[in-house]
Design a protein around this ligand. Structure first.
Ligand SMILES: NC(=O)c1ccc[n+]([C@@H]2O[C@H](COP(=O)([O-])OP(=O)(O)OC[C@H]3O[C@@H](n4cnc5c(N)ncnc54)[C@H](O)[C@@H]3O)[C@@H](O)[C@H]2O)c1
Ligand SMILES: [Zn+2]
Length: 360
């Protein structure tokens, strides 16, 4: 069990192969016993929805299920309103728990509903994608997209409980699984270099979702993220280091419209950009880019994006939320496990590096 301490209260993360069967006992331990409202998506619901309701019912927790269409387009205020209507129709009360059963889209959306329905009801995260297990389900950032930009409407609203059933990863499409490893590789690079050895040595077994190894790796990553957000809930310097590769990564997502390139794919290119930028300004040793390159290759993650427009991506970095004042803050690596934040990277260095990654 992993514990996260947050301003609004501590919560536990249970990571286990088959953990969903224990959802109700975990809820009881967290002090949750009211009716449960489970939100899922059209890929996850048909496979795991009934099983989740049955696991709750077996312990006397009455539960209902709401299914949204899978995909980022559902992370919208329209869907929020539909879920509010459903909750009101079912007379959900302050003591009810709202449970997300899905990837980061369902987690962010459902968490936002939980943060605002009746001024906040207990929220339980059951992440089902690798990306949501190692990253999105931990840290309390919830929210939805606005037509003018991603994640513009949101809140800090920590869950009361996170239950990660790693057996669900066996049905995750390969591309989604691989993108999740981009965040795990990032964790290794910025704060757990020994984990990189495991990611290198056991790539094949991890990509085939071997139960024990996968569970260990997910738990290790969840613990890393939990430690960072416990020490720095609201993104000061420490939490900011989690943005390694994200300045360019977010810009690539914005320029490509948030659909064709997955988040993990955008940040693997972003990490290659950060390593090259760091090298160019004498911060990052050349061996780091090489280590990253090898890892991304093992997990089938992209390192270049031929055809992207350098100036469009540069413009998009400037409207990224993480700009403090006018200066862009870059997370660079001085060494493995030693991130630094720099706000003095010249634009022409960035442009040069991007041109090599985008091919002109
Ligand atoms: N809150 C945070 O701190 C945070 C951090 C990172 C990302 N995010 C958000 O997370 C979202 C991306 O998350 P994601 O990659 O999980 O996307 P997602 O929720 O769209 O899931 C990816 C795909 O896999 C499917 N899926 C999920 N679990 C499955 C399973 N076990 N079996 C079969 N299919 C399954 C989903 O239906 C979807 O099609 C973005 O909206 C991003 O903004 C939030
Ligand atoms: Zn990320």
């Amino acid at each position: 069990m992993i514990r996260v301490t947050a301003d609004k209260g501590a919560y536990d993360i249970h990571c286990k192969w088959g953990a969903l069967a224990d959802l109700a006992p975990h809820m009881r331990d967290a002090g949750l016993s009211g009716t449960a409202f489970v939100v899922t998506d059209s890929n996850v619901g048909p496979q795991f929805g009934e099983r989740t309701l049955a696991a709750l019912d077996a312990h006397g927790i009455t539960a209902a299920l709401f299914t949204i269409p899978a995909g980022e387009a559902s992370k919208s205020l329209d869907t929020v309103r539909e879920i509010y209507d459903w909750l009101l129709d079912h007379r959900a009360e302050r003591s009810s728990a709202i449970i997300s059963l899905g990837g980061g889209v369902v987690g962010d959306l459902t968490g936002f509903v939980a943060s605002s329905y009746l001024r906040g009801v207990p929220f339980v995260q059951c992440p089902t994608s690798l990306l949501s297990m190692v990253d999105a389900s931990i840290g309390g950032k919830v929210g939805v997209d606005h037509p003018r930009g991603k994640n513009l409407i949101g809140a800090f609203y920590p869950p009361r409980l996170v239950v990660q059933d790693t057996s669900l990863l066996a049905s995750l499409p390969s591309r989604s699984l691989r993108e999740g490893f981009a965040e795990a590789i990032k964790h290794g690079l910025i704060m757990d270099p020994p984990m990189l050895d495991i990611l290198e040595h056991d790539a094949k077994r991890l990509l085939s979702v071997e139960p024990e190894l996968t569970t260990e790796l997910v738990a290790r990553n969840a613990a890393l993220k939990a430690k960072v957000v416990s020490e720095d809930e609201r993104e000061g310097g420490l939490r900011m280091t989690l943005n390694y590769g994200h300045t360019i990564g977010h810009a690539i997502e914005a320029v490509t419209g948030y659909t064709s390139v997955l988040h993990g794919e955008a940040i693997s290119v972003g990490m290659m950009a950060a390593a090259a930028i760091g090298e160019r300004i004498g911060v990052t040793p050349p061996a780091i880019a090489e280590r990253q390159r090898r890892l991304f290759e093992l997990y089938g993650l992209p390192m270049t994006m031929p055809g992207l427009n350098t100036s469009a991506v540069m413009d998009a970095t400037r409207i990224d939320k993480k700009v403090a004042g006018k200066k862009l803050r870059w997370v660079l690596l001085e060494d493995l496990g030693r991130p630094v934040i720099r706000d003095d990277v010249p634009d022409d260095v960035v442009a040069d590096v991007l041109r090599t990654l985008f091919g002109g």
